[in-house]
Design a protein around this ligand. Structure first.
Ligand code: BYC
Length: 309
């Protein structure tokens, strides 16, 4: 049986492809692209929240936020490791991100302006992330699917802490509730954009679904997210900034308004509100950390030399 045919049989049988198995070059490239983008998103995603660690309103909130931001770094590590099993080097991937040749999620190019934004990120951004990532636990590539199991468990804690933060604000003073509303107004549409372009404009969906890298399409996931989130906004008593949002009994889903795709592509192409700052900060952190990498390498070679002696 030809390699290609055998590969597709394994995929169709819902078995996992492992690093030493034969795989089509396009499958390997698609996985490197998606996993690297995902890893970069986790690491760049530390910035908008990290920005609030020193300003968290209590010790309790600060401890939660530090734990969450550390989790994102851990997700980056699991994912870079998964990408390395496909034959790329982690430093190479960093370089591509720093040169603007690799993408990361559009959502992290928006600023965090007030404390309620930390709640909105947990509720909406992590909520959208889980909606997208649960399907990735069933991805055909073993190392990616296994990394996603752990990541999803942690994302679920992240989502809950954000929602709980907003419940507290919405049950607080009118000013606190207004902060929550303001955060929802700014984060709603960018959260819907996280799922990517409409299926009709998605270049990779069809092939990625045939390879069972993606298991559900961008539009179907976006709909799932809207259906899940509207009752949660109702419970908070704040309104989603979409005049076209209404329940459609025939479809059994919420209808919602048009996404501003010009804004989406502007942000994806590097011209969103915070793109330049995010990448510049990342490059500076990489450069500032050079001495740590050098020290670790020197220590490892000293240890190797001692073992060999
Ligand atoms: N932002 O053919 P399509 C997190 C690009 S981290 C930027 O549909 P695909 C968290 C796409 O790459 C969340 N670019 O692509 C962390 C492609 O361009 P290229 C990140 C986007 O890959 C910290 C083009 O548009 N999650 O949750 O089939 C704190 C056409 O799109 C975006 C993941 O990365 C976007 N939103 O589907 C809190 C999950 N959307 O590459 C939370 C894994 C699309 O051809 N990734 N593009 O130049 C995926 O599931 C898929 O890659 C996507 C896109 C659904 C995102």
């Amino acid at each position: 049986m030809a390699n290609e045919e055998r590969f597709q049989q394994i995929v169709d049988a819902e078995e996992k492809i492992e690093p030493t198995d034969w795989m089509p070059e396009g499958y390997r490239k698609t996985l490197i692209r998606q996993i690297a983008q995902h890893a970069h998103s986790e690491v760049i995603g530390m910035q908008p929240e990290g920005n609030w660690i020193t300003r968290a309103p209590s010790l309790h909130r600060k401890a939660i936020l530090i734990a969450k931001v550390q989790d994102e770094a851990g997700h980056g590590l699991y994912l870079y490791s998964a990408a390395e099993t496909l034959g790329v080097n982690r430093d190479e991937l960093q370089e591509l991100l720093h040169q603007g040749k690799h993408k990361y999620s559009s959502i992290f190019n928006y600023p965090t302006l007030n404390w309620a934004d930390i709640g909105a990120i947990g509720w909406l951004v992590d909520g959208a992330a889980i909606t997208n990532q649960v399907m990735l636990t069933r991805c055909s590539y073993g190392p990616y699917s296994r990394a996603m199991v752990r990541i999803c468990k942690e994302e679920s804690f992240h989502q809950r802490q954000g929602y709980e933060l907003l419940i507290r604000l919405c049950q607080g003073t009118p000013e606190q509730k207004a902060m929550a509303q303001d955060a929802l107004n700014r984060w709603w549409w960018p959260s819907l954009m996280m799922f990517g372009p409409h299926d009709s404009d998605s270049t990779h969906t069809e092939q990625s679904m045939a390879w069972k890298i993606k298991r559900v399409s961008n539009d179907d996931l976006r709909q799932q997210f809207v259906d899940m989130t509207v009752p949660q906004a109702n419970y908070l008593g704040i309104s989603i900034p979409d005049p076209d949002l209404r329940w459609n009994a025939d479809r059994g889903h919420y209808d919602f308004g048009d996404i501003d795709w010009d804004e989406f592509w502007r942000v994806v192409k590097g011209n969103g509100p915070m793109n330049r700052e995010r990448v510049a900060h990342k490059v500076k952190a990489w450069e500032d950390g050079a001495w740590v990498r050098e020290a670790a390498t020197a220590y490892a070679s000293k240890k190797r030399a001692r073992t060999a002696a």
